[in-house]
Design a protein around this ligand. Structure first.
Ligand SMILES: Nc1ncnc2c1ncn2[C@@H]1O[C@H](COP(=O)(O)OP(=O)(O)OP(=O)(O)O)[C@@H](O)[C@H]1O
Ligand SMILES: [Mg+2]
Length: 272
């Protein structure tokens, strides 16, 4: 990606976090996936969660979105202790997650995937039925707002590109009123152009006042849109840095855990 894909960041005054995660631990039997991680997300910011494979990123956001219960630690939602017992609770509170293994049905239309169980209806009582016209209109117009012109609302999701599919998931979360949008590696499987489209979408979402949690193991993708950066390394974090406080090299180093990176560079006889 070239440098001109970097987005401009406002100097928004500090606002109260929407979600606050305090000293979260998660154990799976004797595997300690998270060993006390704190993190928060504020309205209108993009907070990046970085880390290498297996660092605990997905586990962390799964505790934020009600999939896992933390073994220890506290989650506050808009200042009050939150005890989500399932993803539906989190979703109803306004925490929308686009998981790494995107939950979509490839053979179904974009519209069907967009609504998935939340379809608009028309008529009452026994005459109540799926309002396909409204659904199609909403879907096409919400996708257009995100910069994607569908061939038609009945286009199958399976015929969209990876970036466009990510955008369907993002557009639907925004449409259904997300306050926090969690994106688990939305750019990891994408090429340069698709990546910059998804990053532009993240920027657009953030500017609407939604708090974005962007998970990535790509420092450049994170630096293009991030306001704050938290690096996970084997279930631990060394804290959170603000944009401008940390260089790409420092972030990269924190991710790999300094020493391991030096060894890798040494063994390859150059820079990685
Ligand atoms: N359900 C589970 N049961 C047991 N161990 C798990 C479970 N989920 C995750 N782990 C372990 O927790 C650790 C962190 O995994 P996690 O998926 O959170 O990493 P990640 O940072 O998302 O990695 P990646 O970049 O590969 O997606 C790993 O050692 C993983 O094997
Ligand atoms: Mg993961």
């Amino acid at each position: 990606m070239s440098e001109d894909t970097t987005f401009h960041h406002g100097n928004a005054p500090e606002t109260a976090p929407i979600v606050q995660m305090k000293n979260i631990e998660k154990h799976f039997g004797n595997i300690i996936a998270l060993a006390g991680v704190s993190f928060d997300v504020r309205p209108g910011e993009c907070h990046c969660l970085l880390g290498d494979n297996g660092a605990g990123k997905s586990t962390f956001i799964k505790t934020m979105s009600g999939v896992h219960k933390p073994t220890k630690g506290e989650i506050l939602f808009e200042g009050t202790p939150m005890d989500f017992s399932n993803p539906r609770d989190a979703m109803e509170a306004g925490i929308a997650t686009v998981f790494q293994d995107l939950a979509m049905i490839p053979l179904m239309s974009v519209t069907r995937n967009f609504f998935m169980g939340r379809e608009p209806t028309k008529g009452n009582g026994l005459a109540r039925r799926f309002d396909i016209e409204t659904a199609n209109e909403v879907c096409v117009s919400e996708m257009r707002k995100m910069g994607i012109n569908l061939r038609g609302p009945d286009q199958a999701v399976g015929t969209l590109s990876g970036g466009e599919r990510q955008t369907v998931a993002i557009a639907r979360a925004v449409y259904f009123g997300a306050k926090v949008l969690i994106l688990d590696e939305p750019t990891s499987a994408l090429g340069v152009r698709q990546t910059s489209n998804v990053l532009a979408t993240i920027d657009r979402v953030r500017k609407q006042g939604i708090g974005v949690v962007f998970i990535s193991h790509n420092v450049r993708h994170a630096l293009a849109v991030g306001d704050r950066f938290t690096v996970l390394n084997r279930g631990k974090t060394l804290g959170t840095a603000r944009r401008g406080e940390i260089s790409p090299e420092e972030l990269q180093d924190l991710m790999a855990g300094g020493q391991e990176m030096a060894q890798l560079e040494g063994s390859l006889g150059g820079t990685v």
